[in-house]
Design a protein around this ligand. Structure first.
Ligand SMILES: [Fe+2]
Length: 199
């Protein structure tokens, strides 16, 4: 079996487990922990997901975002994100559940809550309530209304699975927050790439 076939088979087996967990348990903190466990197992096969098939970007401050699997109805989307030091996002929500699992590198995740009552369209006051550094063989799970920002802090590029209940291109209600202005705006989907065909 080729390495690409082996990778496809491992991804498909994990996705089957993840679909079954959500269908049986729904979207809860406990079910997302189970999904995190499936992805931590997949992350142990890291030779299938290394930089031969999924090279890092050539510059600091950006990331390559590879599509691994998305169902035909845009549900259950698994991506591989490879980010270089300085890569960061503004605070944003997902409007679907999200589980992030690390294979290498360190990425700070700042976690926020809304301090306003949501009564003014386009305005939001955020309060940071936590910060976690996502390392290899660890993961973070976010409910659909969670708000976080990410910041790659290690010289070694991050190599992370990003698993979402729905594909990012199919989430038109996602928003990003500007802490300084107290405004929020549409969060544009990151374009995704494919693995290198020869790896
Ligand atoms: Fe995110």
């Amino acid at each position: 079996m080729s390495e690409a076939d082996e990778r496809d088979r491992a991804v498909a087996a994990s996705l089957a487990e993840i679909r079954a967990i959500e269908e049986l348990d729904g979207v809860t903190e406990a079910s997302l922990e189970k999904i995190k466990g499936v992805l931590l197992q997949l992350a142990r096969k890291r030779a299938l997901f290394d930089d031969r098939a999924f090279p890092p970007p050539d510059r600091d401050g950006i990331s390559n975002f590879y599509k691994l699997s998305i169902d035909d109805d845009d549900r259950y989307a698994l991506y591989l994100s490879v980010g270089r030091k300085g890569r960061e996002t503004p605070p944003h929500n997902h409007t679907t559940w999200a589980v992030i699992v690390g294979m290498s590198g360190e990425e700070e995740n700042r976690i926020y809550t809304r301090a306003d009552d949501g009564s003014v369209d386009g305005e939001a006051e955020l309060k940071q309530i936590d910060s976690k550094v996502l390392c290899a063989d660890d993961g973070l799970a976010y409910m659909p209304d969670a708000i976080h920002s990410i910041h790659v802090i290690s010289d070694e590029p991050t190599r992370h699975f990003h698993m979402y209940g729905t594909a990012l291109h199919a989430l038109p209600e996602r928003v990003q927050f500007d802490i300084d202005t107290g405004r929020y705006t549409h969060f544009p989907a990151i374009p995704s790439m494919s693995a290198k065909a020869d790896a």
